[in-house]
Design a binder for this molecule. Structure first.
Ligand code: ADP
Ligand code: MG
Length: 694
């Protein structure tokens, strides 16, 4: 029943079904069930307009519209209206969907609005409030669900009220038996959870606030529990997985360590290498995560682990998230290994034809011992003679699925080493990497100066450019980075080229060499430009965030981040990590507009007051929520529908314990009381496999 197409619900039909699928990925009854309200309209909690003051935040009010007016043109086009009731009046303003709002809003009619108060020229107003006609049933009962929706659905007439009706007709069609309990009774009673059917019913149509809270608790618990169960199962699989034994530390490793290592390893690097070495002698497969802040020296740990694999007659590979990074790893590693007799190859998507064929055959025959590459390495066409270790750099760009594909590159899965420069808060780590053992490089190589970070606004631009000149005069190089946000790629590209012209005007061609790197260049051009900067041929690199991860130019001492207010904290930290890689004092300059929102100002403050990646990651998680953090949204690793791993830390821990306990009793979920869970998990698995294909 729950797999039935949403089309067959009363009030939907094929056209609306298409829209729902396109806009919200809702295609079945079950999807409707899981389309949870994100807040509730509570008739008993209305704000008075007369109470609004500078401290006001979100408000909900009932009132009437007057003076609906369109103002401005082009980008400044907006719709304003006066909203009033017997407690006062306030201005509303919309910048988007003006046409549609103009057509659908009516003066002298009653509406419910919900929005955040702001002040403009000392007057309170509400920009972009949610607005809905006041219906009889809105007034009648207690808590009305408010559903997440999109502009397009609203324009097409699927209002919040329509959602409520669709959900209503769903509950008319299904009975409690269609939503059976999946948790065993002892969990329900131990953790005080309400029944599954009741939870779904109450979350959509809460009769009381208590029931709503119970429902949310239960559904969050279930969601986190299932994710923890999957992780615990994966981990169990790992710990049972037979792995290669790297018995000896041989010539490659020792020779490199004694003769060619250009510096002494830090204690942290040594400790992590020992941990890796221990893992590879147990006869079980290693699945280890190495966390270390930017510049902590993860690459050398990766390289020496790969040498260990080579010493034991295996091949090794290193996979990086971008071509530039793969290229740089390849160059660095080839350089370090030059005096030794080791055959390395670089494999990336842009390598085609004969060259690619030769690399593939070299890997398959075992002539190539060490491969560096992008995700081109995990393609099916790539076969190894005997892969013993796979290193994945900057893991947050890759998903669990990609890790799994590396497993399949040998009859016994190779050891897996995952590296991330993004320090990950504990709860997130438990969710993202709960199946891995963790090592931490918590020490920077000696002689590093702390990067001086300052925040400047537009007005100080001349001074900033002067400063860059002074650094270049000392023989250093500088990065100037512009934001690139996918939705407005075109706009950003324009601002980048304008920025480039501006930089040009500050730094005349005859005395400064500037290169530019951005995502619209083809890989070859990008790499050529990047290479000019890496080799020191260019003084200034103007770039978008493509340089964010891993790129290493020790001579670069200045990082200027333009429109810094548009970056998230973790991203700023990553960018800043591109400098301070040599022994010279380095600088990070955050350039912003002069008017900053509270959140942006707070981010600039955090950046100028700490360089501790863990502190920054925690703050980032608090400020942004985990959704878009670390690119996990794209990789679909932690898509929670209702749980929030920042707010629900306690539940993450609780469900983790519960999942581990359950598996320790019944690792294969064969007890009758666990069968529904087993069915659920295998269904999930089938679904995710399917979504990969599509
Ligand atoms: P990340 O952890 O960000 O990947 P890298 O591995 O790129 O850092 O190392 C950053 C820089 O520090 C490189 O230039 C590297 O050669 C250097 N480095 C690494 N380990 C040490 C060390 N123990 N002593 C001195 N320099 C080191
Ligand atoms: Mg790195």
């Amino acid at each position: 029943m729950l797999d039935t197409s949403v089309e067959y619900l009363k009030g939907v039909g094929s056209q609306r079904a298409d829209l729902l699928r396109q806009e919200l990925d809702i295609s079945t009854f079950e999807d409707v069930l899981f389309h949870f309200p994100y807040r509730y309209f509570d008739r008993t909690r209305l704000n008075k307009i007369s109470d609004i003051n500078a401290q006001s935040d979100w408000v909900q009010m009932i009132g009437t519209l007057a003076n609906i007016t369109e103002e401005g043109e082009g980008r400044r086009r907006r719709l304003t209206a006066t909203f009033y009731n017997d407690t006062g009046r306030i201005e509303l303003v919309w910048f988007q969907g003006v046409q549609w709002l103009k057509n659908s809003l009516q003066e002298h009619k009653n509406y419910v609005i919900f929005g955040k108060v702001s002040f403009f020229n000392g007057q309170p107003n509400i920009p972009h409030p949610e607005i809905e006609p006041l219906h009889a049933d809105t007034v009648k009962s207690g808590l009305q669900p408010v559903y997440p929706t999109t502009e397009k659905l609203k324009v097409k007439g699927i209002s919040n009220r329509s959602f409520a009706k669709i959900t209503q007709s769903l509950f008319e069609k299904i009975s409690a038996s269609e939503i059976p309990e999946i948790l065993p009774p002892y969990l329900l009673s131990n953790y005080n959870l309400c029944h599954r059917y009741a939870a779904f019913k109450w979350i959509h149509f809460p009769d009381t606030d208590e029931h709503l809270q119970e429902a949310r608790h239960r559904l969050k618990w279930e969601e986190l529990f299932i994710s923890q169960l999957k992780i615990a199962q994966l981990r169990l699989q790992h710990t049972r997985q037979v792995g290669f034994i790297f018995n000896h530390v041989g010539d490659h490793f020792n020779h490199f360590f004694r003769e060619h290592l250009p510096f002494d390893l830090t204690h942290a690097q040594k400790r992590v290498l020992r941990e890796i070495r221990t893992d590879t002698t147990t006869g079980k497969q290693m699945n280890r995560l190495v966390q270390g802040d930017v510049g902590s020296g993860k690459t050398i740990v990766a390289l020496m682990s790969m040498l260990l694999a080579l010493d034991n007659g295996f091949q090794a590979c290193l996979m990086a998230p971008t071509e530039i990074l793969a290229q740089q790893h390849f160059q660095g590693i080839s350089e370090l290994l030059r005096p030794m007799n080791i055959s390395c190859a670089l494999l990336k998507g842009s390598i085609k034809g004969k060259e690619r064929k030769e690399i593939l055959s070299g890997l398959a025959k075992g002539n190539i011992q060490l491969a560096v590459g992008t995700h081109a390495l995990i393609e099916d066409a790539v076969q190894f003679a005997n892969l013993g270790l796979a290193v994945i750099d900057e893991q947050h760009r890759f998903g669990v699925g990609q890790r799994a594909r590396l497993w399949q590159k040998n009859t016994i899965p190779p050891h897996i080493l995952v590296m991330t420069a993004t320090p990950i808060p504990r709860t997130l780590a438990m969710t993202l990497y709960g199946d891995l053992d963790v090592s931490v490089i918590d020490e920077l190589p000696p002689g590093r100066e702390e990067i001086k970070t300052v925040h400047r606004n537009e007005m100080s631009r001349a001074g900033v450019m002067q400063f860059i000149k002074a650094e270049i005069a000392k023989g250093r190089q500088a990065y100037i980075v512009y934001p690139l946000i996918e939705e407005s790629e075109k706009l950003d590209y324009e601002s980048l080229t304008v920025g480039y012209e501006q930089v040009r005007s500050w730094f005349p061609e005859h005395s400064y060499r500037i290169c530019m790197v951005h995502g619209r260049q083809d890989a070859a051009e990008r790499e050529r430009n990047m290479q000019r900067f890496v080799s020191g041929e260019a003084d200034i690199l103007v770039a978008t965030t493509v340089i964010e991860v891993g790129v290493n130019v020790p001579n670069a001492s200045v990082m200027v981040i333009e429109s810094a207010e548009r970056f998230g904290l973790s991203q700023l930290h990553q960018l800043r990590g591109r400098v301070g890689r040599g022994s010279e004092q380095s600088y990070c300059i955050l350039l912003t507009g002069s008017q900053l929102s509270k959140e942006s100002a707070q981010r600039m403050n955090i950046m100028t007051s700490t360089s501790d990646g863990f502190v920054i990651a925690e703050e980032d998680l608090k400020m942004r929520g985990p959704g878009d953090l670390y690119g996990t949204k794209q990789s679909g690793m932690i898509k929670f529908k209702i749980a929030d791993i920042v707010q629900d830390i306690a539940l993450v821990e609780q469900t983790r314990t519960a999942a581990q306990q359950l598996l320790s009793q019944d690792s294969q979920l064969t007890q009758i009381q666990h069968l529904p869970l087993r069915t659920m998990l295998s269904r999930n698995k089938a679904q995710s496999a399917w979504s990969k294909i599509s």
